[in-house]
Design a protein around this ligand. Structure first.
Ligand code: DAU
Length: 252
């Protein structure tokens, strides 16, 4: 299993904080936002990680993280020329992934739970995809899962006006190498992006997607309010201290 952190996009919802810097470099507690997904991958035993970001900010991201050596990680970087969507950014990971499965985390997702059990569940299931769901008060801001009586995912809608459940699809995904063939079949959505929701719906049509519920706190820190909330939760639970302890160089 390898890791992918998607840290491109425009950060337009928190402009002007993102006028000169990348959203994922903004502070959350004592760490830059991108440390959180990196630490969650490392905690789950994944140290080979690709980071995708836009050309405007790649220099700053590399300045911060270097080769990953100082964080006990082995990092690779890939430029996304334009913010063409999450699925487009993921498509750039094809050569990096090779035949391996990947755990993908959106760089603005900050969360409490360890990924160890979810990844173990995914590996038991064999190939396919896994998504992590969380019950939220305002599902219309996210991808929303429609579930049957056995909690199987029937479909996912991206930012629906009339959500079919209160289960939002978090930005934490596990995919096999088939994901790259799926990305190549996608057409841009109405907002002009290749959508991760279309990738997941393809896996659903192939009866190849499972879902687990993530019950600890989880935040998509992409708005002013949620950025503040992430900062509050991180400080209250000292997650930043844990992250700083985790992201240290490997023992020689
Ligand atoms: O956080 C969960 C939600 O994330 C999901 O419920 C939605 O299904 C999913 O589409 C996504 O929605 P957002 O509206 O929050 O996506 P956003 O455009 O904010 O992008 C999220 C992250 O993905 C961002 O922090 C960086 C990365 N990204 C995004 C785009 C559009 C890229 O790396 N490249 C891109 O072109």
């Amino acid at each position: 299993m390898k890791g992918v952190v998607l840290a491109g996009g425009t950060g337009s919802r928190i402009f002007p904080l993102t006028k000169v810097t990348n959203k994922h470099l903004l502070p959350v507690g004592k760490c830059p936002m991108i440390y959180y997904p990196l630490a969650k991958l490392k905690e789950a035993g994944i140290s080979e990680i690709l980071i995708v970001t836009g050309k405007e900010h790649m220099g700053e991201v590399v300045n911060l993280l270097g080769s990953g050596n100082d964080l006990g990680l082995n990092l690779t970087f890939k430029v996304q020329d334009q913010a063409g969507g999450i699925a487009q950014a993921l498509g750039l990971a094809e050569n990096f992934a090779g035949k391996d499965a990947v755990t993908v985390i959106l760089g603005d997702n900050v969360f409490e739970d360890s990924l160890c059990d979810f990844i173990a569940n995914y590996q038991k299931q064999g190939l396919g995809a896994k998504i992590l769901l969380q019950q939220v008060k305002h599902p219309e801001r996210y991808g929303v899962a429609e579930l049957d009586d056995n909690n199987q995912v029937l479909s996912i809608e991206e930012k629906p006006t009339a959500p079919k459940s209160n289960y939002c699809v978090t930005g934490i995904y596990m995919f096999d190498a088939q994901v790259f063939n799926i990305v190549k079949t996608l057409k841009p959505s109405k907002r002009g992006e290749l959508e991760i929701t279309d990738v997941n719906n393809t896996y659903i049509q192939q009866h190849n997607l499972s879902a687990d519920e993530i019950t600890g706190w989880w935040i998509d820190a992409g708005t002013f309010d949620s950025l503040k909330k992430a900062d509050d939760l991180v400080r209250a639970g000292k997650l930043d201290e844990q992250v700083l302890k985790l992201l240290v160089p490997c023992q020689p």
